[in-house]
Structure formats: structure tokens, C-alpha cells
Design a protein around this ligand. Structure first.
Ligand code: ADP
Ligand code: MG
Length: 553
């Protein structure tokens, strides 16, 4: 790759660039230096950090390098090889474009940079030395004593552990977004992250998140616009810190896209649980403005709705390949328990080699055979993959919920008129909710009449709903409607209806009822969780039994 010359930006271009603080903490230095290496086409990027980045940050790459004669130019503010004219800012194809990073870093540290047989040494923004340097591929840059000359900035740094974590997260994001580049991070001489750079994103995820997590990631395939990996519902985290969103392989922060992603997990993850994801939106640079934030963290899309929809299509398609929750022996599960709801008894994956998981076959479509009911309400069944335990309530809830949603789409509910309409007293907010959503409620099979200022009469209920539960169900359904004023209110109401109509934990089911429930469950979409995101079933795979009983010898 031959690079363009480094030139100082004309004033009008410099003025058009989002101004502000670029270097806030050691991780910002790491980010800018990695971006420079990637822009230079590097296939290997090595980052060494000492003293949480305050003592030393060294970044070494094998990219196109900086011409010896231009080395000093790279450290001048607004000097860049990536942008020349105002129009270039409309379609930025590089990670850098401001020509400010190296100047900003040099202003607050001691910097030594070598490339193309030349070397430059700067301190506090001034050149101390310039001369011959080692002849190596790419660029080697060493940043020492960061913020030593700006005590105020130094004071605002967090603990070493926090700064180191931020550095690791930074390197991890780029490693996940650039799986064809080999990243190596060492912290105080110890390897903290190392990717293979072979282009396999799952392998990069394995290096960053661990093999157990990587094995649970679903690949987004067949969509040129969006690339990436998302976790299937049986793996989740208590925080969003393993969600990486990017545009043209540039990590960004976007509440909108985060929402687009998380909405796809609605009904698949419990409240407070979050997916692991790497989503890279490939988009024509003219359709996105990256020049809106000094640290290039935010972007503006020309058509955000289109991007939102594309993200959801891609993620939903990938989630279609989700597998049921399954049981892993506690020893194997322990290592991953922090990632997964339910703690140590939750499912895990550590004991398996990555290859086994990647090539595992899709579940066979053979009917589940009910063997009986245990505990208060688990159905025990045999399936093609092994022993299956079904939570009868969660399973029935999912089946009913899907049926109710289908009715909402058709606009027609299967109702059973109540011979003796039940009257219920409700608060004004619930009265209003009932009136506002009358049509949708009717589509769900629920018909209500006003009966005085603070009371309603239930005239019809969905066919599946036991009459005895109608009053409570209506209360909860209206409460869900009143609480969720905006998006998804009617879906939440449907989930309440489903919950109150479903067989309960503790209800006795005969074999025919068990079989019907299992059949319906197998035909239901998104059937691995109930509408609240709890698992409907647990699979104990044959191979797990084989392993446990040592039948594999
Ligand atoms: P920007 O990346 O916005 O152009 P920087 O201050 O980060 O600004 O870098 C200034 C210039 O130095 C870049 O435009 C590029 O030409 C050159 N440069 C910096 N780092 C590298 C590198 N690792 N490899 C090749 N060229 C580099
Ligand atoms: Mg740069």
C-alpha cells in the first residue's frame, strides 16, 4: 500500500472538523495508534503497556509506514495524509481524518517514533531529536510518561485496574472488528490478549471472550450490509459491556442501534440480561457522517431507520438458529457461570473443543415423547438429541403468546362469550388503557364494556383462558398496557394474557395433554424461551449422558 503525502489541512477543512479533547486517558492513545496502524493496512499490531499506560504505551505495526522525510509532519496538528479537501469529509473511508491524534499525544507525553529508517523524539509537543532509526516494516511508536506535564489530567485517571480494563476493551473491540489482523496486547510484560488474525471472527471472539462464549455465538450470514456475531439466548450477561457496535469497522456508541439489537432479544432474554454481540454495519461512507464527535465515537446516519431495520433483520435471522438451553456437568459449567443467568447450575460449554461446536449438526425434527410429569410441573420427555425437561407453564405461555400475536396480526380473536359477564373495579388509568386499545384487545379475544366510571364488564375472553382466571388476567393485562405507553405495549399485554391463561406449575396434566403441549411447543417459533425470556426446556444431550456414565471408552 502506497500512502498519500502528509499535508497540513487548509484552515477551512481544519475548522470543519469536530473539535474537542481526543486524548482523555491511556486507552485513547491506544485507540488512536491502533487506528493509524489499521489505516496503514497493518496485518499485525502489537501493543505493549506498562504502568497502566502512564509509564509506557508502545504500538508496533507492519503497515505501509511513514516516509522518512515526512515523519516530523505526522506530529503537526491538522497534518494528515487521509483528507485533503472539504469534500473528502463527506465520504471518509479511513478511521483517522483529523490529523490531530499524533500531535495531541505528543503534546502530553514523551514520544519516540520510528519508521522507514528514521526516528523522531518529541516531548511536550517539541521535537528533541530527529535522525536515523532502525529499518523496520511499518511504524514503531513509544509513548512515555503520559500526562506527566498535565497533572490535572493525571488526577482524573481512574485506578490502574480500570485504565488497564479500558485499554483491553479498546484492543478487544478492534480485534473483534478486524479479525484478519493479528493483535497482541501485553500488560506489564504479560500477554493479555492475542488473536490469530486469520479472519475468523469466531476465533477472535474466542481469544477475547473465551472459547465457551465464542461457541455460543451465532454468525450473521448472507447479509452484505451487516457482519458480525451475536450470542444465542442461552448465553447472556448482566451488563452490556460485551456489545461492540461499529460502522465500517469503526467502533461507535449508539443508543439507537443498541436498542435495535436488544429489542431482538425481547422475549428471549430475561429482564436485566444482555447479549454479547459484535455488529459491523457496512455502509457507503457518503451515507454516514463520522465527523460529529471529537473522539469519533458517534456517527450520524443519513437514514437511521433503514440501518435500524437492517440491524434487526440481520440479528433476528441469526437468532433463528438458536438452540435450546442444555445441561452441562457442573465442573464444565463453573468456568462460564458468570456469563449465564442462573449461576453455577446454569448451562456451560467449557469442556468442549471449539471445532466440535462449530460443526455440530442442527437438531433433528423428531417428536418429543412424553414420559411423565415430575416435581410440581416439569414434563419429562425423550427427544432425538437426548432427555428433555419442559417447564409446563413456561412452555404453555410461549405457545399461547405466539397464538395471541398471530391473532393480533390477523385482527381477529377466538373468543368465548361469558354467559355471566364479570364486573371488575379498575383505576382510571386502566379504564383509559382499555378504551385506547379496545380494538387490539378484541383481536386478542378480550372484550370489555364500560360499566360505570370505575368499573368494567368482561363480556368475552380468549378461548384458551380459564373463566376462573379472567378477572385477574384482565387486571394484569390492562396494567401492562397502562405501564408501557409506547412501543410493544400490546405485546406486553399479550404476554400477561398468555401468562394468566397458561397451565400453572402444579397443575396435573394427563399424557394426552402432555403430548399436545410438547407438540405445540416444538412447532412454536422462538420456543426456547417463554415471552419473558425464561427457558421453556432443558436438554440433557445424549453425549452428556455418555460422558457422565463413561460410555465413551
Ligand atoms: P490522522 O490519522 O487523522 O491522519 P494522525 O495524527 O493520527 O492523524 O496521524 C497523522 C498522519 O501520520 C496520518 O495521516 C498518517 O499519514 C501518518 N501515520 C500515523 N501513524 C501511522 C502508522 N502507524 N502508519 C503509517 N502512517 C501513519
Ligand atoms: Mg490517526
Amino acid at each position: 500500500m502506497t500512502s498519500a503525502a502528509i499535508r497540513q489541512l487548509p484552515q477551512d477543512v481544519a475548522d470543519a472538523i469536530a473539535a474537542g479533547e481526543v486524548i482523555e486517558r491511556p486507552a485513547s492513545v491506544v485507540k488512536e495508534l491502533i487506528e493509524n496502524a489499521l489505516d496503514a493496512g497493518a496485518r499485525r499490531i502489537t501493543v505493549d503497556v506498562r504502568g497502566a499506560g502512564r509509564t509506557l504505551i508502545r504500538v508496533n505495526d507492519d503497515g505501509s509506514g511513514i516516509e522518512a522525510g515526512e515523519l516530523h509532519l505526522a506530529f503537526i496538528r491538522h497534518a494528515t495524509s487521509k483528507v485533503a479537501a472539504l469534500a473528502d469529509l463527506n465520504a471518509i473511508t479511513t478511521l483517522g481524518f483529523r490529523g490531530e491524534a499524533l500531535a495531541s499525544i505528543a503534546a502530553v507525553a514523551d514520544v519516540e517514533c520510528s519508521s522507514d529508517g528514521a526516528r523522531i523524539h518529541l516531548q511536550g509537543g517539541h521535537v528533541l531529536e530527529e535522525g536515523a532509526g532502525p529499518l523496520l516494516p511499518g511504524v514503531n511508536i513509544e509513548v512515555r510518561d503520559l500526562f506527566a506535564n498535565v497533572p490535572a489530567r493525571l488526577k482524573f485517571l481512574k485506578s490502574d485496574a480500570t485504565e488497564v480494563a479500558a485499554i483491553r476493551d479498546t484492543v478487544a473491540s478492534y480485534a473483534l472488528l478486524h479479525p484478519h489482523v493479528k493483535f497482541q496486547l501485553s500488560i506489564d510484560g504479560r500477554s493479555a490478549l492475542s488473536t490469530s488474525g486469520d479472519g475468523d471472527r469466531r476465533r477472535a471472539s474466542s481469544a477475547v471472550h473465551g472459547a465457551a462464549v465464542a461457541a455460543e455465538m451465532l454468525e450473521i450470514v448472507g447479509l452484505p450490509l451487516i457482519k458480525g456475531i451475536v450470542s444465542q439466548p442461552r448465553l447472556s450477561r448482566g451488563s452490556r459491556d460485551w456489545v461492540v457496535l461499529a460502522v465500517n469497522a469503526r467502533p461507535i456508541a449508539s443508543r439507537t442501534l443498541l436498542y435495535a439489537l436488544e429489542e431482538c432479544y425481547q422475549g428471549r432474554l430475561e429482564r436485566g440480561r444482555h447479549p454479547v454481540a459484535v455488529l459491523d454495519i457496512g455502509i457507503d461512507p457518503e451515507l454516514v457522517d463520522v465527523n460529529v464527535h471529537p473522539a469519533k465515537r458517534e456517527v450520524r446516519f443519513r437514514d437511521e431507520n433503514a440501518v435500524f431495520a437492517a440491524v434487526q433483520r440481520a440479528v433476528r435471522a441469526a437468532l433463528g438458529g438458536s438452540e435450546p438451553f442444555f445441561y452441562r456437568a457442573p465442573l464444565a459449567a463453573a468456568a462460564t457461570s458468570t456469563f449465564i443467568a442462573g449461576g453455577a447450575e446454569g448451562p456451560g460449554h467449557t469442556g468442549l473443543a471449539l471445532q466440535d461446536l462449530v460443526t455440530r449438526e442442527a437438531p433433528a425434527e423428531t417428536a418429543l415423547r412424553p414420559l411423565g410429569q415430575i416435581g410440581q410441573g416439569y414434563i419429562v420427555a425423550e427427544g432425538a438429541q437426548g432427555l428433555v425437561l419442559v417447564d409446563q407453564h413456561a412452555a404453555h405461555e410461549r405457545i399461547l403468546y405466539n397464538r395471541l400475536l398471530a391473532r393480533l396480526r390477523d385482527g381477529r380473536g377466538m373468543t368465548q362469550p361469558l354467559l355471566m359477564p364479570a364486573a371488575i373495579d379498575v383505576e382510571p388509568a386502566l379504564m383509559a388503557a382499555a378504551a385506547d386499545h379496545a380494538t387490539e384487545l378484541a383481536a386478542l379475544g378480550l372484550e370489555l364494556e364500560e360499566f360505570g366510571p370505575r368499573s368494567l364488564r368482561i363480556t368475552s375472553i380468549p378461548t384458551e383462558m380459564p373463566v376462573s382466571r379472567a378477572t385477574k388476567a384482565v387486571q394484569e393485562t390492562l396494567a401492562a398496557l397502562a405501564e408501557n405507553r409506547s412501543d410493544g405495549a400490546i405485546e406486553k399485554a399479550a404476554a400477561e394474557l398468555a401468562c394468566h391463561s397458561a397451565v400453572r406449575f402444579g397443575d396435573v396434566l394427563d399424557v394426552a395433554e402432555q403430548r399436545r403441549l410438547l407438540t405445540d411447543l416444538e412447532q412454536a417459533e422462538e420456543s426456547i424461551t417463554c415471552p419473558h425470556g425464561r427457558p421453556t426446556r432443558l436438554l440433557v444431550e445424549w453425549q452428556e449422558l455418555t460422558r457422565h456414565f463413561r460410555r465413551n471408552y
